[in-house]
Design a protein around this ligand. Structure first.
Ligand code: SF4
Ligand code: SF4
Length: 332
């Protein structure tokens, strides 16, 4: 038997969490667009599985802008104060499977050479509920990197839209079980995700080509239409580059982390004026090499869940899938 939750029961479950002081993040419609946002009322949320999102859930674990500590000068001393602590339970509902799958990919990074307590605390306090996909589009390629429309990697529970105002609930972890404990009813209805997106390239073979072709002219050729705007990095659930800067004055201020993008020409600019990645081809080579060679060599995961958000959001209709397809022609 399966476990079913109605839309009303789901709203009541989330409403009770809000009333208890938890932070709830869900897809929110803004005209024809949808973004993951913190909600104050369950009626703000859209509980329809969708693949086209303007952001990923990553920013609720690794914010775009975050204070590490504050500082104030007192006489000849500088006093440092930790950023305000947070210990708030967080429920992230409506994640795409390829959003949720990004979290286990990022976990080893934020616990590698430095334990990022901000990320780790949010991860520990969060329950992630994904929606199995009901459609894919030409940008999706989760199947090329080990995912699927009903992939549960990184999710505490996954919901299957039954199309009648209810969802089949499949709890994956104890957190997922706890969230829906006593909220579901037994049923013989079983949810089904959409068919897996069709992919005609082999990421493994392309990664081998990348390893052997650092100086290939192909990098510049495939990157001609990229304008280096960085949008692809900012919508990506796995991109995690950040810069650390001090804001304020020498008397008082704060040290902050801000998202950054390797597609920005200034990203590797040295104080001398020399830039080792001085063309867009070199910057795209870095992006693809990091995602499909360097990161998996170090952490065993591709730094990509095949969500397609980069190419879906790119004004030049580029992004990772078109780049992989262009490289695949070199592999053939
Ligand atoms: S691939 Fe597209 S989104 Fe990414 S930097 Fe280039 S133009 Fe911008
Ligand atoms: S690189 Fe593109 S397809 Fe891969 S996870 Fe990031 S946004 Fe999604």
């Amino acid at each position: 038997m399966s476990q079913i939750v109605t839309l009303e029961q789901l709203k009541q479950t989330l409403g009770a969490k809000l009333a208890a002081g938890a932070k709830v993040v869900a897809p929110v419609l803004d005209g024809e667009f949808a973004s993951f946002k913190e909600i104050a009322d369950v009626e703000q949320a859209s509980f329809v599985p969708r693949i086209c999102m303007q952001n990923s859930i990553e920013e609720f674990f690794f914010p775009k802008h975050e204070t590490i500590f504050t500082f104030v000068r007192q006489g000849n001393d500088v006093v440092l104060n930790d950023a305000p602590d947070f210990d708030v339970e967080q429920i992230v509902v409506g994640a795409r499977p390829c959003d949720a799958a990004a979290l286990p990919v990022l976990d080893p990074l934020f616990a590698w050479d430095y334990d990022d307590r901000f990320y780790q605390r949010r991860r520990a306090k969060s329950t992630v509920v994904s929606f199995a996909c009901t459609q894919s589009d030409a940008h999706c390629f989760c199947t090329a990197v080990g995912g699927s429309p009903e992939n549960t990697h990184g999710a505490d529970a996954i919901l299957f839209d039954l199309g009648d105002g209810s969802f089949e609930v499949r709890a994956i972890t104890d957190k997922g079980k706890a969230l829906f404990d006593g909220k579901t009813t037994e049923s013989d209805k079983v949810g089904k995700a959409c068919d897996a997106p069709v992919v005609n390239f082999d990421v493994w073979k392309i990664a081998d080509w990348i390893r052997a072709n650092f100086d290939s002219p192909v990098w510049e050729q495939v990157s001609l239409r990229c304008v280096g705007c960085g949008t692809c990095a900012y919508v990506c659930p796995t991109c995690h580059c950040f810069d650390i800067v001090d804001e304020g004055s020498y008397k008082k201020g704060k040290r902050v982390k801000n998202w950054d993008s390797c597609q920005d020409a200034m990203f590797t600019m040295h104080a001398s004026g020399h830039n080792p990645r001085d063309t867009q081809g070199k910057r795209q080579r870095q992006r693809l090499t990091h995602k499909f060679v360097i990161y998996p060599d170090k952490f065993k995961f591709y730094l990509c869940t095949g969500c397609g958000s980069c190419s879906r959001s790119c004004a030049q209709m580029f992004g990772v899938r078109p780049c992989l397809e262009a490289l695949d022609k070199e592999v053939q």
